[in-house]
Design a protein around this ligand. Structure first.
Ligand code: G3P
Length: 217
C-alpha cells in the first residue's frame, strides 16, 4: 500500500518524506488556503515546491466546475511536472474531463467520492486514482472502510486500472483498516502516519533496554 501525505504544508511534507516511506502528496483548495497560498503565481509555485520536495505523484485540484475550465486548469497544472495528478471533482463535467485527460495520458484523481457507483464511473472514465472520503463517511455515521472494501471488490471483478486512494483519513486505525481491505493508497495527515509508530510496550521495552545498557558500561 502506498502512503501519501494529505497536506499542502511543506514542513510536514518534508518531515514525512524524511522517513523514507512517502509515495506522494494530495492537496485540495482547503489545504492550500490553510497555508495562506493566494493568487495564480503563488499557487503554481507552491505546487512546484511540493514537486521538488517529493519523488512521487502530487495531486493538484482544479477549481473550475465546467468541462472547458477544468481542461484549461488541468493542462496548466499538468505542464508544471510529470508528477502532477490533476484532481477533479466527481461531477458530470468532471467525468468528461477525466475521460479527456485519460485519453491524453494525463494522470487524474477523482475526488469527493462517497459511493460505489461514483467509484465505478470514475474507473470507467479512466481515472488514475479514485478518492473515497472515508472520514467524512464515518462522520455521517456510515462505514467509510466498508466503502473501500466494496470498491476493492468491484474493481477486482473487472481488473480496473484505477487505484483506490483512501482519503479523509483521520487516525492510524483508518490506515490499518484500509490495508486490511486492500486499498492501493492511503493519504493521511502527518499525525495519523506518526501515530502508527506508537505503542506503550515499545516505550516500556526501550526504557528497559536503555537502563540495562547502562549496566554494560
Ligand atoms: O484528501 C481529502 C481530504 O483532505 C479530506 O479530509 O479531513 O477534510 O475530511 P477531511
Amino acid at each position: 500500500m502506498k502512503f501519501f501525505i494529505d497536506t499542502a504544508n511543506l514542513a510536514q511534507i518534508r518531515e514525512a518524506n524524511d522517513l523514507g516511506i512517502l509515495d506522494g502528496v494530495t492537496t485540495n483548495p482547503s489545504l492550500m488556503a490553510k497555508e495562506g497560498i493566494k493568487g495564480y503565481d503563488a499557487v503554481m509555485q507552491h505546487y512546484l515546491d511540493i514537486c521538488s520536495a517529493v519523488d512521487g505523484d502530487i495531486s493538484a485540484e482544479v477549481i473550475a466546475t465546467d468541462f472547458a475550465g477544468m481542461v484549461r486548469e488541468g493542462e496548466e497544472l499538468a505542464s508544471l511536472s510529470d508528477k502532477i495528478v490533476v484532481k477533479i471533482p466527481m461531477i458530470k463535467e468532471g467525468i468528461k474531463a477525466i475521460t479527456y485527460f485519460s485519453r491524453k495520458g494525463i494522470k487524474t484523481n477523482c475526488t469527493l467520492v462517497f459511493s460505489a457507483g461514483q467509484a465505478l464511473l470514475a474507473a470507467k472514465a479512466g481515472a488514475t486514482y479514485v478518492s473515497p472520503f472515508i472520514g467524512r463517511i464515518d462522520d455521517a455515521s456510515w462505514d467509510g472502510v466498508g466503502l473501500i472494501e466494496q470498491i476493492v471488490g468491484i474493481y477486482g471483478n473487472y481488473e480496473a486500472n484505477t487505484q483506490i486512494l483512501a482519503a479523509s483519513i483521520r487516525n492510524p486505525l483508518h490506515i490499518v483498516k484500509c490495508a486490511e481491505v486492500g486499498a492501493d493508497v492511503v493519504t493521511c495527515p502527518l499525525d495519523a502516519i506518526l501515530g502508527l509508530l506508537q505503542h506503550p510496550l515499545t516505550d516500556i521495552g526501550l526504557a528497559k533496554f536503555l537502563a540495562d545498557a547502562q549496566k554494560m558500561n
